[in-house]
Design a protein around this ligand. Structure first.
Ligand SMILES: Nc1ncnc2c1ncn2[C@@H]1O[C@H](COP(=O)(O)OP(=O)(O)O)[C@@H](O)[C@H]1O
Ligand SMILES: [Mg+2]
Length: 405
């Protein structure tokens, strides 16, 4: 089995997916824009070959370069778990005659308007929505939908350029900030809790799923710097209050005709219990949510994903042992981190529960909190009981402090 793995070195999870592919016996050919020498060891070790293209974002150019480099070698799968490369993967499949999602099948996972139209046709509850390419269309869409509304790019990520507007004054403020976005989705604002529904799917059949709870919702987390955002992988995704969301997840996979690999869906649960679709990607989630799954079940879902796409099988027995909380921290101040407060005490109290300390060390430069999902690092911890997990996560949120400047 020859597998093309796009961007095997970046983002952080990609070397692990690359490892998984090699471990289930695939011959892995990396395609990236980093020089081979700059690849993390963990990726390079598992690659049989590497094709460096000039840019992964010039799709036609990258396809031509890969085709030339392969020189007629047959490719059985083209894989990517990074959102900006989903269409490139589809174009490569079409160019190389490999199975998997085509361009046409990928677009509903990329374009949030096409996505919702397809799901509407399947009877799935999406937020009321309209696409808009002009200011006038934004106004008329907002009037038809009714305030509050959300405005967001049809192909956004990480809540970038996403705004809530509670009335005409907000909309007037927000519209100039969206001038660089060619097409936006105007949506009914759906209040409530926000969850993921992540799957490893084999030939359309969901073999593993994970539900994570965002505390608070990503748009709020991205609006206030002082917040320490949490993502909680839930040990009991089959609890009654999640059942409608999980059912919706199964319906969405079916409606979009997803084939084999990871998916990452987001959905909302209103106070009255109604569940509403948010969005879906034909790829794994980022921000180390895949690692959370591993810590929740003590398995290797990177390898099981690889087994799914390479062999059409899922090998792990799923034992849901823990809730896993990731608490992302943002330092106070700018520049280099000079102090970390509260860590020793927290490790003393919860040390057994902490599975990963990925906080930036003293001396490191702060990251731009608006541009990173992992902030200035995170603590990941786990516990079988949800109440204990949440209590520990909140303690990390309030007592752990990083100072920069
Ligand atoms: N219709 C909506 N109602 C309420 N909140 C929304 C709505 N659409 C988006 N949001 C908020 O904005 C965030 C980002 O939107 P999303 O569609 O997930 O785009 P992306 O994650 O690709 O940037 C969501 O996680 C949610 O918190
Ligand atoms: Mg999202």
């Amino acid at each position: 089995m020859n597998v093309l793995m796009l961007s095997p070195g970046y983002p952080a999870e990609m070397p692990e997916f690359t490892r998984g592919l090699a471990e289930v016996g695939a011959t892995v050919i990396g395609v990236g824009d980093q020089p081979a020498g700059a690849l993390p060891d963990r990726a390079r070790r598992h690659l049989a070959a590497y094709v460096q293209v000039r840019s992964l974002f010039d799709e036609a150019g990258a396809v031509a370069e890969v085709r030339a480099a392969l020189g007629g070698r047959s490719i059985d799968r083209v894989e990517s778990n990074w959102e900006p490369l989903m269409l490139l993967a589809a174009r490569l499949r079409e160019a190389l005659g490999s199975p998997g999602l085509t361009v046409e099948q990928t677009i509903p996972f990329r374009d949030k308007e096409t996505m919702k139209r397809k799901l509407d046709a399947a009877g799935i509850r999406t937020p009321r929505h309209e696409s808009a390419t002009t200011i006038a269309q934004c106004w008329s869409a907002a009037e038809r939908i009714g305030f509050p509304v959300i405005l967001k790019p049809i192909a956004g990520a990480g809540s970038a350029d996403t705004y809530r507007c509670d009335g005409p004054d907000d909309l007037r403020d927000v519209l100039p900030r969206l001038r660089h976005v060619p097409e936006v989705s105007v949506e009914e604002f759906v209040d409530g809790d926000e969850y993921t529904f992540d799957t490893v799917t084999v030939r359309g059949e969901i073999r593993y799923y994970n539900v994570a709870w965002y505390r608070p919702r990503p748009l709020i987390a991205r609006t206030s710097e002082w917040i320490s955002p949490q993502v909680i992988a839930l040990r009991e995704p089959d609890r009654p209050e999640l059942a409608d969301g999980v059912r919706m997840g199964f319906d969405v996979i079916r409606a979009l005709g997803f084939e084999s690999g990871f998916t990452h869906m987001e959905w909302y649960r209103k106070r009255d219990g109604e569940v509403v679709f948010g969005e879906i990607g034909a790829r794994a989630p980022g921000a180390h949510q895949v690692d959370q799954m591993n810590y929740a079940c003590d398995f290797d879902v990177y390898r099981e994903w690889a087994r799914a796409v390479v062999r059409g099988e899922f090998g792990a027995v799923i034992q849901r042992k823990y809730n896993v909380a990731t608490v992302y921290k943002r330092a106070q101040g700018q520049g280099r981190i000079h102090a970390v407060e509260g860590l020793q005490e927290l490790l003393h109290r919860y040390g057994g529960a902490v599975v990963w300390n990925a906080l930036l060390p003293v001396g490191a430069m702060r990251r731009n909190w608006k541009q990173t999902l992992v902030s200035d690092g995170f603590l990941m911890l786990r516990h079988p009981e949800i109440a204990t997990t949440l209590a520990m996560a909140d303690e990390v949120g309030t007592r752990l402090r990083l100072y920069a400047g």
